[in-house]
Design a binder for this molecule. Sequence first.
Ligand SMILES: Cc1ncc(COP(=O)(O)O)c(C=O)c1O
Length: 397
Amino acid sequence: MTDFAKTKAMFHLPAGVIYLDGNSLGPLPLAARGRVAAMMSDEWGEMLIRAWNKAGWMDQPARVGDRIGRLIGAPEGTVVMGDTLSIKVYQALASALEMRPDRRVILSDTGNFPSDLYMAEGLIKSLDKGHELRAVAPQDVEAAIDDNTAVLLLTEVDYRTGRKHDMARLTETAQAAGALTIWDLAHSAGALPIDLSAAKADFAVGCTYKYLNGGPGAPAFIYLRPDHAGHLRPALSGWLGHAAPFAFDRDYRAGTGIERMRVGTPPVIALAALETALDVFESVDLHDIRSKSIELSDLFIAEVERRCPDLALVSPNDSALRGSHVSFAYAEGYAVMQALIDRGVIGDFRAPDILRFGIAPLYLDADDVIRAASVLEDIVVQRAWDRPRYRQRQTVT
Ligand SMILES: Cc1ncc(COP(=O)(O)O)c(C=O)c1O
């Protein structure tokens, strides 16, 4: 059994704060401070450029990728780190479309994260081959898969509502129709058990600054199913995805397997922080995280519904259909969230009216969620949100 009191003690949580935003930016793992400082002084400082070999910097994207792989059901050598998630979506999609040259439809859903859809639209324009992005309602995805579908591009857990797709089932339906699948695991990795191998997913991508607690701007990951990896052409053919980067050949030759999805120089400092953040998961069973997350989410929903009947739950009530965040709609949601943050309860707001709360059992317990619901009740009942300063929109919401 996972010891959640022990994992909570592994994070820096500012005094007086209840942190319900780990679905957006995970908190600082205490050990990351020391690791990054040591890396800066011992490796960058002392070894200088020799650290690429001596400190294993060049292997870090694959090494960290394997550790993420263990959390998402991906075998060794199928996950690599680098760039941002938007770039990884583009990379996966460009290769997938090339693998289905006779098909023109990218199928997604209207709840998908806008960046995934923007990247698809940008790629379609650059290719100029008549591809079409079809975004249907999440519940209509399965019925919309047909023999024009080249790629099914979905985020497993909806960033706004927390609605969770059935990855195995949709992958099977898509593949039976001859399509490929790309799963964005931004709101799943580190929050729930994922089994990419069992689901036979073709591609998966995700970020590491949310439930994996890698820090702001931590690099993304990409997974390729092993049987695709040997022949797929990387659209972003950077030198570190080359079979022999230091041969400096004039001609591009794709690297072995997943290595070909590397592009350029890895973010070594960020990867050091992430590598340390992943240590937390060494003593954790993702099935325990999932059951605790469901327990805490159900408790939070019940508390909020009882205390604040004017807030409307927009997440599925059925925990099996939900990821690890819970969202409520409220017309004055933005001001309410600012008032909450002022009182140390940190969640976030997603336009037009969604209050979003991430439930991460690694550092949250029942007492935290009950206290958060009680502060929320106070703010809503007393209209404490009704101040001009709480309505002033900041850049990041
Ligand atoms: C589901 C999803 N996809 C893609 C992105 C974009 O990620 P990045 O900013 O790392 O490119 C995000 C960011 O939050 C996201 O939540």
